[in-house]
Design a protein around this ligand. Structure first.
Ligand code: AMP
Length: 302
């Protein structure tokens, strides 16, 4: 079952107590596509500039990622820079340069238009909507991620796009900002009125929480001794979550719960090294071993 993603493919400047990288390959759609490709075939829609080399594009090679929808344009690739606090829990954005994304008009290649699973990764909400509208039949699951940058600058567009999605997958600060509610359960109820019927709140080292009309399900984050760089952890969570759902082919409560675990598994690998480095060498067997570890982590008897 193929999974369509639109979002940023980027160069990132990263600073954390563990080191500094001036310009690493990143972007929400990049992290998402690589993580999801361990589970299913991924169709990528994004744009890069002429500074994006064949060596950069190699991240998509040898994986189940179709790059027919990755457009090249004159100009510079999206650039983002961020700095993490001592405990890695807080991040400040230092720079956001949209560059070629500023004038991007996505045209979905024909085979992408029948996608059953769609992930609108972090990017301008009007672009997310444009892509979703080009999918012919309503997808089985359309999920969306966003961030403070878009909540603040393009709120009306975001609210319009949200009307068309099933799952909203954002972090706790974004949940509070979008809903104007501090309490996450109240925030969920507020967000359901905006369109999505499921809210997945990513909470960094505190794990993730899924809320829908059936109730609440929580997964922990994998306890790592040496997290290095949280960049992309949220996108890898989303990649594991949506990739697993697309491979399972259903949206039962049991599948959604397993998707939460695979999301947390993929997020945990992302933070083990800088940028995409850990994902580059990751093996499927390691993913399944960590998922089994999660089962042990959370098992108890009453
Ligand atoms: P995450 O750590 O999961 O929030 O995602 C980090 C990725 O999001 C980085 O690789 C950035 O390139 C990308 N990113 C940061 N800001 C934006 C933005 N405003 N729009 C789209 N992508 C962004």
């Amino acid at each position: 079952m193929s999974l369509l993603v639109v979002g940023s493919v980027a160069f990132d400047g990263l600073e954390s107590p563990y080191g500094k990288v001036e310009r690493a390959l990143g972007g929400a759609a990049t992290y998402f596509a690589v993580a999801a490709s361990f589970f299913t075939h991924v169709n990528l829609v994004a744009i890069v500039g002429d500074d994006f080399t064949a060596a950069d594009a190699a991240i998509f090679k040898g994986r189940h990622i179709d790059t027919l929808g990755l457009e090249r344009a004159p100009g510079k690739t999206f650039f983002w820079a961020g700095r993490y606090s001592e405990n890695l829990n807080e991040r400040v954005t230092l720079t956001t340069e949209l560059n070629v994304f500023a004038d991007f008009k996505p045209r979905l290649p024909e085979p992408y238009r029948t996608s059953k699973y769609v992930f609108l990764a972090n990017i301008a909400p009007d672009l997310q909507r444009d892509v979703l509208h080009q999918v012919k039949k309503r997808p089985k699951i359309a999920a969306l991620d966003t961030m403070n940058y878009w909540i603040e600058r393009t709120n009306a567009d975001l609210l319009e796009t949200l009307r068309h999605v099933d799952i909203l997958m954002i972090n706790d600060a974004e949940t509070r900002q979008l809903s104007n509610e501090h309490n996450l359960m109240r925030a969920a109820r507020h967000i359901f009125k905006m369109g999505p019927s499921t809210l997945v709140v990513k909470r960094g080292e505190y794990g993730a929480m899924m809320v829908d009309e059936r109730g609440v399900f929580c997964v922990p984050a994998f306890p790592l001794e040496e997290p290095h760089d949280p960049t992309g952890a949220g996108d890898c969570f989303a990649g594991g979550f949506m990739g697993y759902l697309a491979s399972a082919g259903d949206k039962s409560d049991a599948s959604l719960r397993r998707a939460m675990v695979y999301g947390s598994v993929m997020g945990s690998f992302a933070v083990e090294k800088f940028g995409l480095d850990r994902l580059r060498t990751l093996k499927r067997a390691e993913i399944h071993a960590r998922a089994r570890h999660f089962a042990k982590l959370t098992q108890f008897e009453l």
